[in-house]
Ligand binder design. Structure first.
Ligand SMILES: O=C(O)c1cc(=O)[nH]c(=O)n1[C@@H]1O[C@H](COP(=O)(O)O)[C@@H](O)[C@H]1O
Length: 245
């Protein structure tokens, strides 16, 4: 089920897939994007591409009809973070994120910065514990909770600050949906379609497992970007989820 937003070329997709565009070459990134359909996924632009190519790469993707998740994981004093989030909203991105460990005042300032944008405001989510971190990394920071317990603590803080959801591990999805309610969005990396390489991801789930666990948006990078036929790979993932275009 798809519809085109009449005010722009933006296409609204029913797919929960967000393709991570991790490219260091603009032409390669756009060549990939031109092979896929905005009815089949949204796109994530992270620190590498945004640092190399700036806001124009976001506009280039939007002009092709894609919703963009601007994954810059802001973490700063409340005033600076609020202005950065407002700048992302000015750019018209679909989703933007901050680090929950920036604390309640920072997250509240970020949320309040989006109020003037009304219904046009991007979804505002927070990163809990990066999937690359394990208990010993948290212990180095003086945090004695397990990664899952610390992630839940940060997710609760995020919810109390009125944000829309969190980035977390798909392994935490069942617990978070139970504890935080259905409306609180969960965005998860570490998703691998059956038969694709895990690469450096450790605790992986298939798209179907992630959907069953309650994940709202699944970030998938290399299994799609390095596929010989990315459009077909995306269609197969969406079909496996019952979310075909
Ligand atoms: O914030 C992220 O997107 C992110 C958080 C995290 O904890 N783990 C993680 O893998 N990611 C990102 O998710 C994407 C996963 O890409 P693939 O491993 O290629 O599917 C990459 O852009 C990662 O930077």
């Amino acid at each position: 089920m798809t519809s085109v937003n009449s005010s722009s070329s933006r296409v609204v997709t029913a797919s929960p897939v967000v393709v991570a565009l991790d490219y260091n070459n603009r032409d390669s990134a756009l060549a990939f994007v031109d092979r896929i359909d905005p009815r089949d996924c949204r796109l994530k632009v992270g620190k590498e591409m945004f640092t190399l190519f700036g806001p124009q790469i976001v506009r280039d993707l939007q002009q092709r009809g894609f919703d963009v998740f601007l994954d810059l994981k802001f973490h700063d004093i409340p005033n600076t973070t609020a202005h950065a989030v407002a700048a992302a909203a000015e750019l018209g991105v679909w989703m933007v994120n901050v680090h929950a460990s920036g604390g309640a005042r920072m997250m509240t300032a970020a949320r309040e910065a989006l109020l003037p944008f009304g219904k046009e405001a991007p979804l505002l989510i927070a990163v809990t514990v990066l999937t690359s971190m394990e208990a010993s990394d948290l212990a180095d920071l003086g945090i004695t909770l397990s990664p899952a317990d610390h992630a839940e603590r940060l997710a609760r803080l995020t919810q109390n600050c009125g944000l829309d959801g969190v980035v977390c591990s798909a392994q935490e999805a069942v617990r978070f949906k139970r504890e935080l309610g259905h409306g609180f969005r969960l965005v998860t990396p570490g998703i691998r379609p059956q038969g694709s390489e895990a690469g450096d991801q450790r605790r992986i789930m298939t798209p179907q497992e992630a959907l069953s666990a309650g994940v709202d948006y699944m970030v998938i990078g290399r299994p799609v970007t390095q596929s010989a036929d990315p459009a077909q790979t995306l269609k197969a993932i969406n079909a496996s989820l019952g979310k075909g275009a």
